[in-house]
Design a protein around this ligand. Structure first.
Ligand code: AMP
Ligand code: GLY
Length: 414
């Protein structure tokens, strides 16, 4: 049973379906068109051998605890572990306690104190909502006045409600970002291939932060030594601290890491599969994913290995106005009745994020991020070429897409 309704859940269910029968709750139009059963029944009213919880909100709300109380096997931390994502202030305190390298910070509920703290920092200024904000609660700016205005807006409750009633202000870090998703069975960890997400809406990392406009994996530019460094300086002390706090974390620990000139520093933890990283990562494991997830839930990861094969590039197509707004109902051209490319391309899978069907049965936009188009190939170059060729075959009015996903990586940059 996969819980959630986006492209991440589509990718997870697609891979699990290679080894087991899978149902998604609630899923979406594109997932069911792809031959995967979707039901509206809440997860706690369903029977399954394994529950995989996709999004952060149900984890923060304690869904994993409720399912475990029923004796179910679950991939996803309980409410205690989910606080690492649910509250940035908690996460920063946790990192400080465990000695994980991370940006210097302050936590504020009062605008005057926050602005005074900003005055002691140098640009770029980083302002975050404490609570969940679908990837949109972070401003990074070099403009001091814009930073102050953002602090006031967040604390006013107008833009982010309760999630913004506390803000975290951080030292700006410089470097390359990567996403290291680590499977965790409560005791042991197993890193998946490193991935890179493209968070800004525009090419060249311009414009507003989004939920993610594309991804690729693996990150060949990241050496084994660097990955080992992240595992020993960031993940190992995190596991120790989880254990010290008696938090039995069974799920995905997603480390958002900045590779700085002074070594890797943790930007944030997410407590679930990343979106869109998962749409790029999952096809590299495909029929091995189910076994790995079972091991996460039952605590037997120690005997597993997680070698990935091939390269994947994911390009997100978002709807008109994203991320400030989204538009529903625009007809999507280029998809067949199964929600996949009408004219199939080798190695391409179209994962549906925000789609529905109109009265004529056509796929239409139904959210900010609409589709995540993934291509897998034996080289990054070919995967990227196929992903963009596929994306060009899918059109709808006002679609928003980046054209530079994985471009720098092709040149050996990162
Ligand atoms: P977060 O949700 O905390 O990962 O922040 C969203 C994005 O904002 C990150 O992916 C980074 O691109 C950027 N960001 C967050 N914190 C910092 C920081 N301390 N310094 C520089 N950029 C940051
Ligand atoms: N890709 C960013 C996230 O899943 O939060």
């Amino acid at each position: 049973m996969v819980v959630g309704s986006g492209a991440r859940e589509h990718a997870l269910a697609w891979a699990i379906a290679k080894s087991a029968s899978v149902v998604v709750t609630p899923g979406n139009a594109g997932i069911s068109a792809h031959g995967i059963t979707c039901v509206a029944t809440p997860a706690t009213d369903l029977e399954a051998d394994l529950f995989v919880i996709g999004p952060e909100q149900p984890l923060v709300d304690g869904l994993a605890d409720a399912l475990r109380a029923q004796g179910k096997a679950v991939v996803g931390p309980g409410r205690d572990g989910a606080r690492l994502e649910g509250s940035k202030a908690f996460m920063k305190e946790f990192l400080a306690a465990s000695g994980v390298p991370s940006a210097a910070y302050g936590t504020f509920r009062d605008a005057a104190a926050a602005v005074a703290y900003l005055g002691t920092m140098s640009a770029p200024y980083v302002i975050k909502t404490d609570g969940l904000a679908a990837g949109k609660g972070v401003l990074v700016t070099s403009d001091f006045d814009a930073a102050c205005a953002d602090v006031r807006l967040k604390l006013s409750g107008v833009a982010f409600g309760e999630a913004g009633s506390t803000v975290v202000i951080e030292e700006g870090l410089d470097g390359t970002e990567c996403s290291l998703l680590v499977l965790c069975d409560g005791t042991h960890v197993l890193a998946l291939a490193a991935a890179q997400d493209f968070k800004r809406v525009g090419d060249g990392d311009q414009g507003a932060n989004t939920g993610g406009m594309g991804a690729y994996a693996p990150l060949d530019s990241l050496s084994h030594v660097e990955i080992e460094d992240v595992m020993s300086s960031i993940l190992a002390p995190t596991l120790q601290e989880l254990s010290a706090r008696s938090i039995d974390f069974r799920g995905v620990l997603y480390a958002g890491v900045m590779l700085t000139s002074k070594g890797p520093k943790l930007l944030e933890y997410n407590v679930r599969f990343g979106d869109p990283e998962t749409e790029a990562l999952v096809p590299l494991y495909a029929d091995r994913l189910f076994d790995l997830l079972v091991r996460v839930a039952n605590g037997s990861l120690e005997q597993a290995t997680a070698a990935s094969s091939g390269h994947a590039v994911t390009v997100v197509l978002a709807s008109h106005g994203y991320p400030a707004s989204s538009r529903h109902g625009d007809v999507i051209e280029g998809l067949g009745p199964d929600g996949q490319l009408k004219a199939p391309l080798e190695g391409v899978i179209v994962f549906h994020a925000g789609t529905s069907r109109n009265a004529q049965g056509r796929f239409v936009t139904a959210g900010g991020r609409v589709l995540a188009v993934t291509a897998v190939a034996s080289s990054l170059n070919e995967a990227r070429r196929r992903a963009y060729e596929a994306a060009s075959l899918i059109t709808f009015e006002g679609s928003v897409m980046r054209s530079d996903i994985a471009r720098a990586a092709l040149k050996g940059e990162r």
